[in-house]
Design a binder for this molecule. Structure first.
Ligand SMILES: Cc1cc2nc3c(=O)[nH]c(=O)nc-3n(C[C@H](O)[C@H](O)[C@H](O)COP(=O)(O)OP(=O)(O)OC[C@H]3O[C@@H](n4cnc5c(N)ncnc54)[C@H](O)[C@@H]3O)c2cc1C
Length: 318
């Protein structure tokens, strides 16, 4: 059984409306915006409504609009851990792509960045300064907000290790500063996952004062290692399933003989069995069916239900 993490249903009416201007801001809400171009799988139908605010005021106005209209809100970072239904999503999708600012504080060694900042970009910026702490993040193609919510991690490092706090906005307009303890971090998850509170900014504790070329070399090592062991040449969401431990999800999938298994345009990667690739023509449903098949095969053989790490949003046929 795959968890559907958004229970909103799509209205029959697929009408395209003129953009709606949010009063007092430079922000517009558009209707029927394709999410395929906003997610790394490159599949999925449209958002009924979509907005990408550039300021806190615009963000608050967007939440207020959704509240007044009585529509659900879905939060979107770089879309690198999402499988969106071919039928799209009802309600308002709030994208963080323009919520960007970066501040390196040399006195405290802290890096504060907006929700929409790219995590790999921050890893390179830190390395160029000789600041250690983010080398592990260089191959994770998400945003600050997505990393905080997912507790993104790699190469034995993760967001929880370096997060000082995250600034979070609730749909009602309440701003909270949450510590890692309050975020209840566990493996690839936090208390914010699946909720409607939006991370607007996060502060990370790094270690300044190292030799730049050394930090750059370590960052580059991680980058090269990933490029050789993981298939970055086709659209995917990275690892599809959480590692059940002590063996990896990829080990079970490979042992089940599922490498190369394909439905439509969706294929279990040959290079890394925990990746499902969009070989060019995949639909979200193709990917979903591959996920289900993998789960069924692994469960039949080991009585183990692999749990998706990818967030599955919208309606899928069972
Ligand atoms: C090629 C590839 C390799 C990858 N490798 C790794 C890896 O090594 N380690 C790893 O951990 N992950 C990996 N991932 C998965 C993904 O990059 C991470 O989970 C990433 O942290 C997701 O960030 P995002 O901005 O894309 O979030 P999205 O995919 O947009 O969203 C993920 C979840 O976070 C929520 N969210 C996003 N932004 C916010 C916000 N500002 N406030 C509140 N909620 C928000 C969304 O609603 C959703 O529930 C990989 C993905 C790809 C495509």
């Amino acid at each position: 059984m795959v968890t559907i993490s958004n229970d909103s249903s799509v209205k029959d009416n697929r009408r395209v409306y003129s953009p709606i201007s949010l009063r007092g801001t430079d922000c517009k809400i558009n209707s029927q915006v394709s999410l395929a171009g906003l997610t790394s799988f490159r599949v999925g139908g449209p958002a009924e409504w979509y907005v990408a605010p550039r300021s806190m005021e615009a963000l608050q106005a967007s939440f207020a609009w959704a509240h007044d209209e009585g529509v659900p809100v879905t939060l979107l970072g770089a879309g690198s851990n999402l499988l969106v239904s071919d039928r799209g999503l009802s309600g308002l999708v709030v994208g963080t792509r323009y919520l960007k600012q970066v501040n390196f504080n040399a006195e405290t060694g802290q890096l504060t960045a907006g929700a929409g900042e790219s995590i790999p970009r921050l890893a390179w910026l830190a390395a160029k300064r000789g600041w250690k702490g983010l080398e592990w993040a260089v191959g994770i193609p998400g945003t600050v907000g997505g990393a905080v919510v997912m507790n993104a991690g790699a190469h034995r490092g993760c967001t929880a290790d370096i997060l000082v706090n995250a600034r979070v906005l609730s749909p009602g307009g309440k701003v909270e500063i949450l510590t890692p303890q309050e975020l209840e971090y566990r493996y690839r998850t936090s208390v914010l996952q699946g909720g409607d509170r939006l991370v607007t900014e996060a502060t990370f504790q790094l270690q300044p004062g190292f030799d730049r070329s050394q930090v750059m070399a370590e960052t580059n090592d991680h980058f090269s290692q990933r490029r050789t062991t993981q298939p970055y040449h086709l659209p995917s969401c990275g690892s599809v399933f959480r590692n059940p431990g002590p063996k990896t999800a990829g080990w079970f999938i490979e042992q089940a003989g599922l490498k190369g298994y394909q439905i439509g345009g969706a294929q279990v990667a040959q290079r890394h069995a925990n990746f499902i690739l969009n070989c060019g023509s995949a639909t979200a449903n193709d990917i979903f069916q591959v996920i289900r098949h993998v789960q069924q095969q692994v469960e039949q053989r080991w009585s183990l239900l692999l749990e998706p790490e990818v967030r599955i949003l919208g309606e899928f046929p069972f």
